[in-house]
Design a protein around this ligand. Structure first.
Ligand code: AMP
Ligand code: MG
Length: 408
């Protein structure tokens, strides 16, 4: 049986970044930069004012003092979006507003609060050093500079940078198409009536949401019965996806057919991982399409999605880092026994005096959905003997930026 790390590596080697496409910035949130991206222009584009005030030549003001104020003739006004037609000559000043281009000849801006205006003249009572309140052209980004390296995920700040530097469209990897298939005779889509013994199906909606958050396109295929033909038909019809995620039907019971159909229509690479929850995890291919067979229990499906399916999606998107960040947190809760399987414990993170702490969210059995809800990390309890005690530092995988955070 493989360890989690071994299983992750085997799965990752089966995936590569998808094709590059060029899309407008408006559509690029959550995509990953596929080619080095260079600034079309320098930033700021031109010298501009950081203040509402008056543009002047710093050199002209070097003798100015309270007792002997300097008078500069105001020759015009420059709102943002306009330029002054003429250069500023010795003894001149121009009304200027934040973001407006500093005129040729001028090299400083004095805040309007520090001056007065009398009869069209600016009264300056102290020297203004050249460069004061001027945002220099190119001080943020040089033209042709690399804005973003390959593999970076595009978030709001990346979009603002790309937009400012004139980049659009942007080269990204196509979104992976992820087929999602639930299996089980007992499953009924939520909202439909339940017969005795049936339960509401929740893995599809969970996985659809998680796949979407991971940056891929989810293709929910509904529920396959615990019937060879139905399952085969549905799996075969899913083969145009970039990866198939099934849930359920991978343990050793009589009705656990996913593995059987994989073997028959493709190949099983492995079907168990030394972890808890989620030991029955199948990986293989159906024709040319990889299939990750997640366990059916909702918590096991969620944890194995995070550990195995999300990295595969991130790899296809071209992300430089495919795994969740790993941090250390102080266990705040009952002792946790080590075992012969790596144990993933749902915890809620909070800070105490600036130190990251982790409180288990409740009953850790794999059918307890309330303890999946509210978890912001999974503590990783390594294989071994004895117990991890409250107060010990334990590695934790941060989910969704460590949210939800603190108490409810
Ligand atoms: P299985 O792996 O098919 O034996 O399923 C393990 C457990 O998870 C059983 O209690 C199933 O009823 C439950 N289960 C399987 N699939 C789902 C699903 N899509 N939604 C909710 N529960 C499920
Ligand atoms: Mg089942």
């Amino acid at each position: 049986m493989f360890s989690v790390a071994e299983a992750q590596q085997r799965i990752l080697t089966a995936f590569s970044p998808l094709e590059v496409e060029h899309i407008p910035l408006e559509d690029a949130l959550g995509r990953v930069v596929a080619e080095d991206t260079m600034a079309q222009d320098q930033l700021p584009l031109f010298d501009n004012s950081a203040m509402d005030g008056y543009a002047l030549r710093g050199h002209d003001t070097q003798e100015a003092m309270r007792e002997r104020p300097l008078r500069l003739r105001i020759i015009g006004e420059i709102p943002a979006g306009r330029v002054l037609d003429d250069a500023l000559k010795e003894g001149g000043a121009a009304r200027i507003f934040t973001g407006a281009a500093v005129p040729d000849g001028a090299d400083a801006v004095i805040e309007q609060e520090l001056v007065s205006v009398v009869d069209g003249y600016l009264i300056v009572e102290a020297p203004v050093a050249p460069g004061t309140n001027v945002r220099r052209a190119g001080e943020d980004v040089a033209k042709g500079e690399r804005l973003l390296p390959v593999g970076v995920e595009i978030g709001p700040a990346e979009l603002a940078l790309l937009a400012s530097a004139g980049v659009s469209p942007i080269a990204v990897r196509r979104r992976p198409r992820v087929a999602i298939l639930a299996t089980g005779d007992e499953l009924v889509p939520p909202g439909e009536p339940l017969a005795p013994g049936q339960i509401r199906e929740s893995n599809s909606i969970y996985l659809t949401a998680a796949v979407t958050r991971a940056g891929a396109t989810a293709i929910p295929l509904g529920v396959a019965r615990d019937d060879e033909d139905d399952l085969r038909d549905k799996l075969v019809s899913a083969q145009d996806a970039d990866v198939i995620l099934s849930s359920g039907g991978v343990s050793v019971g009589d009705y656990d057919l996913v593995k059987q159909i994989l073997g028959e229509q493709g190949a099983v690479d492995f079907w168990r991982v030394r972890m808890r929850p989620g030991k029955p995890l199948a990986f293989g291919r159906l024709g040319d399409t990889s299939l990750i067979g997640l366990p059916g229990n909702p918590v096991s499906a969620a944890v194995t999605f995070e550990l195995f399916a999300r990295p595969a999606i991130r790899r296809m998107l071209g992300a430089a880092s495919v795994f969740r960040p790993r941090v250390e947190a102080i266990l705040d809760g009952p002792d946790i026994a080590r075992s012969d399987r790596e144990h993933y414990v749902r915890v809620r993170l909070y800070a105490q005096e600036g130190v990251l702490c982790a409180r288990p969210t409740g009953d850790q059995r794999s059918h307890i959905i309330t303890s999946l809800r509210g978890a912001s990390a999974y503590l990783v309890i390594a294989i071994g003997e004895g117990v991890v005690r409250s107060g010990e530092r334990v590695p934790a995988l941060l989910l969704n930026d460590g949210l939800p955070w603190g108490d409810e």
